[in-house]
Design a binder for this molecule. Structure first.
Ligand code: ADP
Length: 184
């Protein structure tokens, strides 16, 4: 089997389900024997981008660095699962252009109300109380994708349905890649 490199980029509000879905997708792909790496926004910010804050410039820089690493891994046959709010469309587009046809954007779409209701990390409560400023969805923007390859409506579907959608799109990417390598 050839190593198919790809970047599957999960974007959406905090608590929308990016980490949950990407973790399940990783399990499925590893069971197939693929090399998988997860770049999770929270972990990246404790390591690769510790110096950055939450201004637009810093958020964009955060995404550029994640995109840079994702691109290197993708070129070397790894399936990279990026799970980051990545609120700005322009920089997501920039990463998409760098990675090219091996890029899948997944819009993990949940309403602000359900993200707040879930409040997985208790951050919405703190943002509403004014303890956290510039929190995406509350007092900082989120620009939804206009044409994501996959949209997971996590208000309406269960985790398994969301995971299936992502895997189906990955399989399409693999079959396209197989066709183009057969044509070389
Ligand atoms: P994020 O990584 O986007 O901040 P998390 O994955 O940490 O979000 O949290 C999402 C929460 O939503 C989890 O508690 C998860 O169980 C729940 N959830 C409910 N339905 C779904 C779904 N279809 N897909 C993903 N998560 C879901």
């Amino acid at each position: 089997m050839i190593d198919i490199g790809a970047t599957i980029w999960f974007t959406g509000l905090s608590g929308a389900g990016k980490t949950t879905i990407s973790t399940e997708v990783a399990k499925t792909l590893r069971q197939r024997g693929l090399k998988v790496e997860i770049l999770d926004g929270d972990i990246v910010r404790q390591n690769l981008t510790r110096d950055l804050g939450f201004s637009r410039a810093d958020r964009d820089e955060n995404i550029r660095r994640i995109g840079f690493v994702a691109n290197l891994l993708t070129r070397n046959g790894v399936v990279v699962l990026v799970s980051a709010i990545s609120p700005y469309r322009d920089v997501r587009q920039e990463v998409r252009q760098k990675i090219g046809s091996s890029f899948i954007e997944v819009y993990v779409n949940a309403s602000l109300a359900s993200c707040e209701d879930r409040d997985v990390k208790g951050l919405y409560k703190r943002a509403r109380q004014g303890e956290i400023k510039f929190f995406t969805g509350i007092d900082d923007p989120y620009e939804p994708p206009l044409k994501a390859e996959v949209e997971c409506l996590t208000d309406q579907e269960d985790i398994e349905q969301s995971v299936t959608k992502v895997i189906e799109q990955f399989d399409i990417l693999c079959s396209n890649a197989a066709v183009s390598s057969a044509c070389l």
